[in-house]
Design a protein around this ligand. Structure first.
Ligand SMILES: [Zn+2]
Length: 337
């Protein structure tokens, strides 16, 4: 299908035009987290003709995702496909002109800057504040714009962060929330309309930045409760903190500098994540022959008693049912050496 027909309605929109469309084609957008927000944004960006989408996600598709994560199907959940792989497959069916770079991995302190380095813009599709603040620090270091987005229940919040111009996430949230302090989709639930409201805001701001219409970018953090009503805004121009550790003149970027925790308890998921060195999946599958319940080229899953472990090539092992971080680590050492 010729490009001029495919994007004709969008090109006719004066702030984009033919020149803006060409800029979209030349752009690379990294989507960090391909859950509800990430997959909704990725689909809109693919349909808009963004040339390259880097899809970064650590999880696999589950049936509980299908209520709101619109890129995925029942077959993806049945096949336990990693979200980034499933998203790339679906996007190729939607728009063959888009180059997808699916990455089955977790963005952490050690790899954040490398993962985001060549992107024109970053979409926040993460589900936790540690990951968001890592994205924030990496983007402040790289000078790359990113679009914050979050939702839980019927509530949504978003902001375009322009390093050097607007306040960054750390300016307006100097203290990171402690894990377990904030409601999550697992604890408070979520409705799909809240996802699509936030995704619409994120993609609109992304399009403005990608086509170069920076004057149109909203310099504010907005939030909304779709169920009970109410809309709030915080000015991001006046909220800049010159002493901010992420974007200030003497920024130390403490999260990037601090490295990754080798063992993390995943709240609400009855699982512990153990981070090890990169894993040869084929070798691990041979090692675990007889105990392996699934080895699909993206991960190896095995069972021992009450524990189920899923090991990814990037070195992460999710241990479900582990009584403690120490028990999870011991389990990994026992089976993977
Ligand atoms: Zn800042």
């Amino acid at each position: 299908m010729p490009t001029d027909d495919r994007y004709s309605r969008q090109v006719r929109f004066a702030p984009i035009g033919a020149k803006g469309q060409e800029r979209l084609r030349a752009a690379t957008v990294a989507v960090v987290g391909c859950g509800a927000l990430g997959s909704a944004c990725a689909e809109q960006l693919a349909r808009a003709g963004v040339g390259t989408l880097r899809l970064i996600d650590r999880d696999v598709v589950e049936s509980s995702n299908l209520q709101r994560q619109t890129l995925y199907t029942e077959a993806d959940a049945a096949d336990c496909l990693p979200k980034s792989i499933a998203a790339a497959r679906r996007i190729r069916l939607i728009n063959i002109e888009v180059a997808c770079e699916p990455l089955v991995c977790e963005l952490g302190a050690a790899n954040a800057v490398d993962l985001l380095r060549s992107a024109s813009l970053i979409i926040d599709g993460t589900d936790n504040f540690l990951a968001r603040h890592l994205v924030n620090e990496a983007c402040c270091q790289l000078g790359t714009p990113w679009i914050y987005g979050a939702c839980v229940g019927a509530y949504g919040v978003s902001a375009a962060i322009l390093p050097g111009t607007t306040a960054c996430l750390r300016c307006i949230q100097p203290d990171l929330p402690t894990a377990g302090d904030m409601p999550t989709c697992d604890t408070a639930g979520i409705i799909a309309p809240a996802v699509h409201l936030v995704a619409a805001w994120q993609v609109a701001e992304a399009l403005k930045i990608l086509v170069g219409d920076l004057d149109a970018v909203r310099r504010e953090l907005w939030s909304c409760d779709l169920w009970h009503g109410g809309f709030q805004k915080v000015n991001l121009t006046t909220a800049r903190d010159p002493a901010c550790p992420a974007c200030g003149a003497g920024a130390t970027r403490p999260l990037l500098a601090g490295g990754d925790d080798p063992v993390v308890v995943l709240c609400g998921r009855d699982a512990v994540q153990v981070r090890r060195g990169a894993l040869d999946l084929a070798a691990a599958a041979r090692l675990l022959a007889g105990r392996t319940t699934l080895a699909n080229g993206h991960f190896v899953r095995w069972v021992d008693g009450n524990l189920t472990a899923t090991a990814f090539a990037d070195g992460r092992v999710l241990v479900q049912g582990a009584a403690s971080p120490v028990a999870a680590r011991a389990f990994c050492d026992r089976w993977l050496g």
